[in-house]
Design a protein around this ligand. Structure first.
Ligand SMILES: NC(=O)C1=CN([C@@H]2O[C@H](COP(=O)(O)OP(=O)(O)OC[C@H]3O[C@@H](n4cnc5c(N)ncnc54)[C@H](O)[C@@H]3O)[C@@H](O)[C@H]2O)[C@@H](O)CC1
Ligand SMILES: Nc1ncnc2c1ncn2[C@@H]1O[C@H](COP(=O)(O)OP(=O)(O)O)[C@@H](O)[C@H]1O
Ligand SMILES: [Mg+2]
Length: 282
């Protein structure tokens, strides 16, 4: 097994690009986030806000129509497009070309949603981040994995990973199975946990930031928004994954002395993205 490369400040500063003084929103990427369902619009609120706060110039969020007012009120900076269906995504049609798409948080696995996801995979070759229910849908329809563009980023937690690759008997077996999947389809797999590992073919990266404060609802939805943001800003997929995971963990490390473990919530993770960037010292 290859020795993991630590994702630390040195590694991150090789990849991080400071903002240029003449930047405008049109240069900083337009991200599209797709997901949410009745009762889980909050996942998209979190992902969308995190996407903007990570520096993306424009963010459009595609949700079922029941979430329209909630999202527009919670994050007025985000543009919203809605599905014809009220409670879940059933047909995803949008009228612009995003630089990156993040899909899955709170999306549910309704059969209509599965079909809509399949259509997106067949029609679009935009850099992709696949999370939560989009991972679960792929696990149910394994043939669709072939449709993922090379270097698509998947962000499974342990249970989602198990649905995707099957059960394992040891940590070594888990790593081997994940690397096989990564190599076979040229995927970047962010194995979320403590610590989070990022697999890119033969390469394994181990994150050095983050703590148990992140064990709270929606913190993964925030990570999806952050990685999609970096991808839309034209970071290479591996750099977007590593920088996203590192900054996400850093928010919790910086917040901890103020919030403690228990009171830290996903919205705090978003609130500390600015301090996480500042601590890179650039
Ligand atoms: N406010 C919201 O709208 C929220 C929506 N969410 C959405 O809710 C849907 C369901 O997601 P869930 O992840 O809750 O459901 P899942 O059924 O995918 O995962 C929950 C199960 O996985 C296990 N698990 C999770 N992380 C683990 C780890 N590191 N090690 C071992 N076991 C682990 C849990 O114990 C539990 O049994 C997703 O679409 C998600 O995006 C959640 O993100 C929570 C917040
Ligand atoms: N004990 C922990 N230490 C460090 N990071 C953690 C810990 N628990 C959870 N996390 C991080 O929090 C995030 C949880 O993601 P996920 O399970 O998808 O949450 P949700 O679906 O509720 O948004 C992941 O990035 C994971 O690495
Ligand atoms: Mg999740």
């Amino acid at each position: 097994m290859n020795i993991p490369i630590p994702i630390d400040c040195t590694e991150i500063l090789k990849r991080y690009r400071p903002i240029l003084s003449n930047s405008h929103k049109g240069m900083l990427g337009h991200a599209l986030l797709i997901g949410g369902s009745y009762g889980k619009i909050g996942a998209m609120v979190l992902a969308s806000k995190a996407c903007l706060k990570t520096g993306c110039g424009l963010v459009t969020t595609f949700i079922p129509s029941c979430g329209y007012e909630t999202l527009q009120t919670a994050v007025p900076e985000v543009m919203v497009q809605t599905d014809i269906n009220e409670k879940h995504i059933s047909r995803c049609e949008f009228n612009f070309a995003p630089q990156a798409i993040g899909i899955g948080p709170g999306m549910g696995q309704d059969l209509g949603t599965q079909k809509a996801f399949h259509e997106i995979l067949k029609k679009h070759f935009t850099p992709l981040v696949i999370d939560a229910d989009a991972i679960n849908i792929l696990a149910k329809n394994k043939k669709w994995i072939e449709l993922l563009p090379s270097k698509t980023i998947l962000t499974p937690h342990q249970k989602e990973l198990e649905r995707l690759i099957g059960k394992w008997n040891s940590e070594t077996e888990k790593m081997e199975k994940t690397m096989v999947l990564s190599k076979q389809y040229e995927l970047i797999i962010v194995m979320k946990g403590s610590p989070t590992l990022v697999i890119d073919g033969e390469k394994i990266y181990e994150n050095t930031t983050g703590n148990a404060a992140l064990a709270t609802a929606g913190s993964g939805d925030v990570l999806t928004g952050m990685i999609t943001s970096l991808l839309a800003q034209s970071y290479e997929p591996i750099d977007a994954a590593l920088l996203g995971v590192y900054l996400h963990g850093l928010t919790a490390d910086i917040a901890l002395p103020v919030t403690g473990y228990q009171s830290f919530i996903a919205s705090d993770c978003i609130a500390y993205i600015g301090k996480a960037y500042l601590s890179l010292g650039k």
